[in-house]
Unconditional design. Structure first.
Length: 438
């Protein structure tokens, strides 16, 4: 029975691919036809992903069947046989998808069963967000679509698979601690490589060609000076409302530089006082916003404003390469970058929190030595919560030998909260890999 139902599931998926081919979408056909290959891995997430595709496909067959019947009726042509054929195809697609959700199918896919729900959720989120972006953007947002129109479905499938794999790896807290800086550096490297190549003449690697400086402070200062252009503030705010201040530890295109510089410094890192983590960033926030408003009111030429913004950004890079490296702490992100403070404050609107189980905590200080955001002083450890500069990076969770550090979300257990957080942040990382270009 298992072999029969798996065969039906694969055949139903191939029929869905053929439906896409009938519509002339060769790349969607290829993506749908490739999806059943994931079943060969025997991983639980592959079972759930294919089941989801089949159930959605059954809905598509139902809609298509109704449309064809209505068309035949409008032209007074025979419709019953066609309706029966499409009804059988829809039923087989639905039945095989439903079977993959059952216990017998679950037993046939034993690998990484504990991670199957987060991996499936990450895959579906990436596919859904990228499909939405492709459908609504005025320009092709995926690089593959620019070079081979329509091939974005294959890139979307690849990014979804990457997100599923990454979530499975990062559910282990120690692996998360090692992987986070690497995937963050990967995103930053791809972002700036595309920018450099775009400026070098490969225009397709730029999103629209309307350049702006990749300085985080301009997320808020740019619209103030221009009197418009709210895309980056909206993107930043919506991301923070999903994963809190994790923008600063997983998704910022330049924060990875500060992370890398701080890791070249002494261990343990120097802990910055609140005078710097709050006061320093508040000062640069006021400087950026007030300076942008003043330049606008004085009608300063845009080119002059660009040079001033570039100077501000270069000072930040200097802080990374000299101060962060010397102290072993992320001084740029925790004491200089105004968007870091905005992310920390806006993040308080979101229920994601990092908490310390004081009954497990021995005050050994290992978590503080792992934190590069100066968020775990002895006072904050005694209070059972990190300070305002915490970015939910999770390094402390992987470092704590007593299982005292954990993610918290109302109504969820610590394990479920961490899995849900990683699912969201990894899905956003994969989406940003695909679309984050200037």
């Amino acid at each position: 029975m298992t072999t029969l139902m798996l065969t039906l599931a694969v055949l139903s998926q191939f029929v869905l691919a053929a439906h896409a081919l009938r519509q002339g979408d060769w790349f969607l056909c290829a993506a749908l036809a490739a999806l059943p290959l994931s079943l060969l891995t025997r991983r639980g997430a592959a079972r759930l992903v294919v089941a989801t595709a089949l159930l959605l496909g059954a809905g598509q067959w139902a809609v298509t069947g109704v449309q064809f019947v209505q068309l035949r009726l409008a032209f007074d042509e025979p419709w019953l046989r066609m309706a029966l054929i499409l009804g059988v195809v829809c039923s087989l697609c639905f039945a095989s998808g439903l079977w993959l959700l059952g216990e017998r199918a679950k037993a046939a896919f034993p690998r990484q069963r504990e991670a199957e729900i987060p991996q499936t959720a990450a895959f579906i989120l990436v596919i859904g967000l990228l499909a939405l972006a492709r459908a609504n953007a005025s320009v092709p947002v995926l690089l593959t679509d620019r070079f081979w129109p329509g091939s974005g479905w294959l890139e979307t499938l690849g990014l979804g698979a990457y997100a599923a794999w990454l979530v499975g790896r990062m559910l282990d807290a120690r692996t998360h601690k090692r992987l986070r800086p690497r995937i963050w550096a990967l995103f930053s490297a791809l972002f700036f490589a595309q920018l450099a190549l775009g400026l070098g003449g490969f225009q397709d690697l730029l999103m629209t060609g309307r350049l702006h400086l990749p300085v985080p402070a301009l997320i808020v200062a740019g619209p103030i000076f221009r009197g418009g252009g709210l895309f980056m503030p909206i993107l930043f705010a919506s991301t923070v409302l999903l994963v809190g201040p994790a923008w600063c530890s997983h998704l910022c295109y330049i924060g990875a530089w500060d992370d890398a510089s701080s890791r070249l410094g002494p261990k343990p890192p120097r802990v910055l006082s609140r005078r710097w983590t709050i006061g320093g960033r508040l000062a640069t926030l006021l400087l950026a916003c007030g300076g942008a408003l003043g330049l606008r009111l004085l009608d300063v030429p845009p080119l002059t404003a660009v040079w001033l913004a570039a100077g501000f950004g270069l000072i930040g890079v200097g802080v990374m390469f000299f101060v962060s490296r010397r102290l072993g702490a992320m001084v740029h992100c925790t004491a200089f970058c105004p968007m870091g403070l905005v992310g920390n404050v806006l993040g308080k609107l979101v229920p994601w929190r990092m908490r310390i189980r004081l009954d497990h905590c021995t005050r050994c200080g290992v978590c503080a030595r792992a934190c590069r955001y100066s968020a775990l002083t002895p006072l904050e450890i005694e209070a059972g919560r990190p300070g305002l500069s915490c970015t939910l990076c999770g390094d402390c969770v992987g470092a704590c030998p007593h299982d005292a550090m954990h993610y918290r979300f109302p109504g969820l257990s610590a394990t479920t909260a961490r899995a849900a957080f990683l699912t969201l942040v990894v899905a956003l990382h994969a989406v940003f890999l695909g679309v984050a270009r200037i």
